[in-house]
Design a protein around this ligand. Structure first.
Ligand code: G6Q
Length: 557
């Protein structure tokens, strides 16, 4: 399967070498002059699809740069890998699995085969069960054990079984407000997280969703057991569990062994990666909160982007363009991080979600064939919603020594027509990308200071501090309004961007052995914390820390 792309070292391929040479030519070029030279630059380097406008003109690129980047994508056989993914081939090589989150939102029902079998009937059947359950809970037909309707939903899950649902529920709050449901997301094994949520809910009116693909994750199972104990301690009998505990899992038997009735388990499949699972039954809390119709609009928005990605030539393909721009800075300019900056309060969990999607997918050091990479893969993804970030870390973006490419994301329209708020928000949004790109040179600083009445040495001493070098790249993504449909398209855009980067970096974007190891180490140490010590089997630091904890516990009794 790897024959097509790994025959030659990536860094020795003609496309890569040409980009390295081109980077040297571009090094001294300022975006200011690119804009001054070409009044049509915005039109040339922007495109629109699925209600998303991507303006990538504020990047350190020319048409030649883009041509060389597209050549890199062709060399990597992005088109071939794209086809393999949509065809249901087992492109997750280390886990020997297909990668088919696109099937979960395949609204046209085009058959998608895994091992010769169309997965669409099973996908549609689970969607049907979710729809029926959501209708019963939202209408009040589904009652708690004492006859009261459900008022609170507690999703117990972590990582991919948490970040997607919580991010979407936050993003679509305007659609969930009428649901009459309070949503809670319990993820951390820290008892404080568990207790803080349990303190806010009433056992008679709470529905717990135990969300775990594997149904073996320590945090989720421990939290679920604590919730069950709390529920039974409140006076509800064992039989009441059926009205208050449901589960979403690819391991249906384990969920049943935990005590969840077969009818209350919503399944999904091994070809859905955890971080790509919000479109599956893992999205149950989303559907409960915003309703099934809206959940289907979210799927439809993602499907629209899937179709754009699947059928559009690379040169007009939004995820491909974003992927290539990321690689341009990551691998040729040495950028170590990438900021994702939503200018929408409702998107305040988006960057955390994308942090997992990008860093867990492409934070890899070996190629699919096991050979180490000799180039950088995924950058560090970070960011907070604007304008808050402007009053904090933006200083470094403008004047620091690091190059930090950034995605700025905003809706044209807000849900709240509150005076001038949205216009002010957008003025900051447009202003920041302009300032990062254009900067402020010494002559402009001098003129500004002189106009303020300053002169001589005093003025000159300040000039270097007030210069903004500019030439700092950003993408701007504009959507008309944050709706289930546009959100679906936006998320699918990033998923496919990640896919394309993984193909070019030749990594398996769909495994997560580092995360699996994390699950293992805690299991080894827990018995040591429950003993009386001292512990000598680890390195001196770990032994010392465990000892320090045990001494403290012994003192406390
Ligand atoms: C996602 C990761 C990881 C996973 C969690 C929860 O791609 O593998 O974040 O989602 O570790 O796993 P379970 O859903 O199996 O509990």
């Amino acid at each position: 399967m790897d024959g097509v792309v790994t025959s030659m070292q990536l860094t020795r391929s003609p496309a890569w070498v040409a980009l390295e040479k081109h980077k040297k030519e571009m090094a001294s070029l300022h975006m200011r002059s690119l804009f001054e030279r070409d009044p049509g630059r915005f039109r040339r380097f922007s495109l629109s699809s699925c209600d998303i406008l991507l303006d990538y003109s504020k990047n350190r690129i020319t048409e030649q740069t883009m041509a060389l980047l597209f050549a890199l994508a062709r060399d990597a056989d992005v088109e071939g890998w794209r086809e393999r993914m949509f065809r249901g081939e087992r492109i997750n090589v280390t886990e020997d699995r297909a990668v088919l989150h696109v099937a979960l939102r395949n609204r046209g029902n085009r058959p998608i085969l895994v091992g010769g079998k169309d997965v669409m009937p099973a996908v549609n059947s689970v969607l049907g069960r979710i729809a029926a359950f959501v209708a019963r809970v939202r209408s009040g037909e589904w009652r708690g054990y004492s006859g009261k309707r459900i008022r609170s939903v507690v999703n117990i899950g972590i990582g991919g079984s948490d970040l997607g649902p919580v991010m979407v529920c936050e993003a679509l709050r305007p659609y969930g407000r009428d649901s009459g449901l309070q949503m809670h997301f319990m993820s951390n094994i820290d008892g404080s997280h568990v207790q803080e949520i349990l303190d806010q809910v009433d056992p008679e009116t709470t529905l717990f969703i135990v969300s775990s693909k594997s149904f073996s994750t320590q945090e989720t199972l421990t939290n679920a057991l604590s919730c069950r104990r709390w529920f039974l301690d409140s006076g509800a009998g064992e039989a009441a569990i059926a009205r208050h505990f449901v589960s979403v899992s690819a391991n249906v038997e384990a969920a049943q062994r935990f005590g969840i009735l077969p009818d209350n388990v919503f399944g999904f499949w091994d070809w859905v990666g955890g971080r790509y699972s919000l479109w599956s039954a893992i999205g149950l809390p989303i559907a409960l909160y915003i309703g099934m119709e809206r959940f289907e609009e979210l799927l439809a928005g993602a499907h629209q982007m899937d179709e754009h990605f699947r059928t559009t030539p690379l040169e007009q393909n939004m995820p491909v363009i974003m992927a290539l721009l990321g690689i341009w800075y990551n691998d040729f300019f040495g950028a170590q991080s990438h900021a994702i900056l939503p200018y929408d309060h409702y998107l305040h969990r988006l960057t955390a979600y994308l942090q997992q999607a990008e860093m867990e997918s492409n934070g890899k050091r070996v190629q699919r064939n096991g050979e180490p990479v000799d180039y950088d893969t995924c950058p560090v993804i970070w960011g907070e919603p604007g304008t808050n970030g402007q009053h904090a870390y933006f200083q470094l973006l403008h004047q620091g020594t690091r190059l930090v490419p950034a995605d700025f994301i905003a809706p044209l329209e807000s849900y709240h027509h509150l005076g001038e708020h949205h216009a002010i928000l957008l003025s900051n949004f447009f202003g920041q990308t302009r300032a990062l790109m254009w900067g402020k040179n010494a002559a402009e600083v001098r003129a500004e200071l002189a106009a303020a009445g300053m002169q001589g040495e005093e003025l000159e001493a300040l000039v270097p501090h007030k210069v903004l070098p500019g030439n700092r790249p950003s993408n701007t993504l504009l959507i008309p309004k944050l709706t289930p449909r546009t959100l679906g398209s936006l998320l699918a855009l990033y998923e496919h961007k990640i896919f394309v980067q993984g193909v070019i970096w030749r990594v398996d974007s769909f495994d997560q052995w580092g995360v699996e190891f994390g699950k293992q180490v805690a299991g080894e140490i827990l018995p040591d914390l429950q003993g009386s010590g001292p512990v000598e089997k680890y390195d001196s630091s770990t032994n010392g820390l465990i000892g320090f904890y045990l001494e403290h516990s012994a003192r406390k009794g």
